[in-house]
Design a protein around this ligand. Structure first.
Ligand code: MV4
Length: 448
């Protein structure tokens, strides 16, 4: 087993990883920017190393400084968390080149899934359902037109280097195909330095349902059920839940089988997520694979009892995962995660950095909080605005919703604006309570 790891991240996820390490008797090294000097994860770690100034580009994204901090402290492995360097294949390679274990998949897997057209081709080859469309990159307008005519309009042009909603263009009228195709390529070139695009039929009002997977070096591959992440605003998730109110046991099994096919096809190791679009008729299609642990991993932990971070640490140590003999997993109860962001929902969710003057945590049955905040803490404008995650569990969805309301009311944060009032209003919506969550929910139900 690993003895000492470095956490190349900040905030709640850094603390989450350190807590898992501590339970396993693994020492931790924090790295931090000057802006994070006084934060809880820096004090919580066994050791801490300053790696640069506030701007992420000069600290949390500085590969040489992070590698040097690991070597200097005798860490054997690096956990990247999410964001920053988590899906950077060069970073995974730099770790390997310096005899450090990257706690995640192989660099080649990150590359293969980071290129969305290549990921799609891989899935088409290994029998994972994909949305009808092109096989890989589309190079010319003529080719795009052939595919669009074949699958029928509307279609969606996606950037191969995009993902998470960046660089997508809908085409509803064949007359606009050429201009949208050219625009998509130009946009992708400008944004990613790579103009490759591919084409899919547009699925109308889909749900976003993703499967959490784990794979180790011993051929164990498990699906930890699904998460429903349909509630998003401008491609930012606000609330996630597990299980999905839209899946029956048969579709869950089928989606899990498809996800594990994808995992096997790329010989994946560690924790990962296969994202699917779920259509109204119950059919589902591969969208993207995330080769990291995700913000919303706790909802899967709550309904399966698996500690995903500890499994990642076991797998990276070269040990088998501890939960393989519990598969196939069925959800136990229902969990909802509320992302508490330092944002003002009354003003277009604009970021609200500032100093926390009051911070009172909710507690009681079925309540979990992941946060690095404490009274007096400063929210810096340099990083994403996530300041806490409230995860509630109940024996069924209704109990989870009731606990969510209760815990959101108990949660007192003052000094900054947060998304707590927004979450409370989501829980009041009939459509939400009926499980009718689609990717356009926030626009249509919340007018935001
Ligand atoms: C789609 C789609 C409809 N049809 N693909 C958005 C993020 C990226 N992962 C892919 N996305 C979508 N792909 C086809 N063929 C609709 C979306 C989409 C979406 C997906 C999940 C969650 C929120 C979304 C919001 C808008 C569009």
């Amino acid at each position: 087993m690993l003895k000492k790891i470095l956490i190349a991240n900040r905030g709640e996820i850094a603390l989450r990883i350190m807590r898992a390490a501590r339970e396993m008797g693994i020492k931790t090294v924090a790295v931090y920017s000057t802006a994070d000097k006084d934060t809880l994860p820096v004090r919580y770690a066994d050791e801490a190393v300053c790696i640069g100034p506030a701007q992420a580009q000069k600290s949390y994204l500085q590969i040489p400084s992070i590698i040097a901090a690991a070597k200097n402290t005798g860490a054997q492995a690096i956990h990247p968390g999410y964001g920053f360097l988590a899906e950077n294949a060069d970073f995974a390679r730099a770790c390997a080149d310096n005899d450090l274990i990257f706690i995640g998949p192989a660099a080649d897997c990150i590359d293969r899934m980071g290129d969305k057209a290549s990921a799609r081709s891989t899935m088409m080859t290994c029998g994972v359902p994909t949305v009808p469309g092109s096989d890989g990159v589309v190079d010319t307008v003529d080719e795009a037109r052939r595919f669009a005519d074949e699958v029928g309009y509307p279609v969606l042009i996606k950037a191969s280097a995009g993902g998470g909603g960046k660089g997508m263009r809908e085409v509803h009228d064949p007359a606009n195909l050429e201009s949208e195709f050219m625009a998509a390529r130009a946009e992708a070139t400008a944004a990613f330095g790579n103009g490759d695009v591919y084409l899919e039929k547009l699925v109308l009002r889909p749900r976003h349902v993703e499967i959490q997977v784990l794979a180790d070096d011993f051929g164990n591959r498990v699906a930890l059920c699904e998460r429903d992440c349909s509630l998003q605003r401008r491609h930012q998730k606000l609330l996630e839940e597990a299980p999905s109110p839209a899946l029956d046991e048969e579709t869950r099994r089928a989606m899990g089988v498809a996800a594990l096919k994808a995992v096997r096809a790329v010989d994946y190791r560690s924790a990962g997520t296969i994202e699917f679009l779920l259509d109204h008729d119950g059919s589902f299609y591969f969208m993207e694979m995330n080769t990291r642990v995700q913000v919303e991993h706790p909802v899967s932990e709550c309904i399966t009892g698996v500690d995903i971070i500890k499994e990642q640490l076991r797998i990276a140590s070269g040990e088998p995962m501890s939960c393989a003999d519990r598969a196939p997993f069925s959800p136990y109860g229902h969990a909802i995660e509320f992302r508490i962001n330092a944002e003002d929902p009354e003003h277009d969710f604009r970021p609200c950095p500032g100093t926390i003057t009051r911070f009172e945590l909710p507690a009681g049955p079925g309540v979990r909080v992941e946060s690095y905040l404490e009274p007096g803490a400063c929210i810096s404008p340099y990083y994403d605005s996530l300041v806490a995650k409230l995860i509630v569990w109940g024996i069924d969805r209704d109990e989870a919703i009731a606990r969510g309301k209760r815990a959101l009311h108990e949660f007192k944060i003052e000094g900054i604006k947060t998304t707590i009032p927004f979450h409370l209003s989501v829980l009041e919506k009939k459509a939400f309570c009926a499980g009718k969550v689609y990717t356009d929910f926030i626009e249509t139900e919340m007018g935001a």
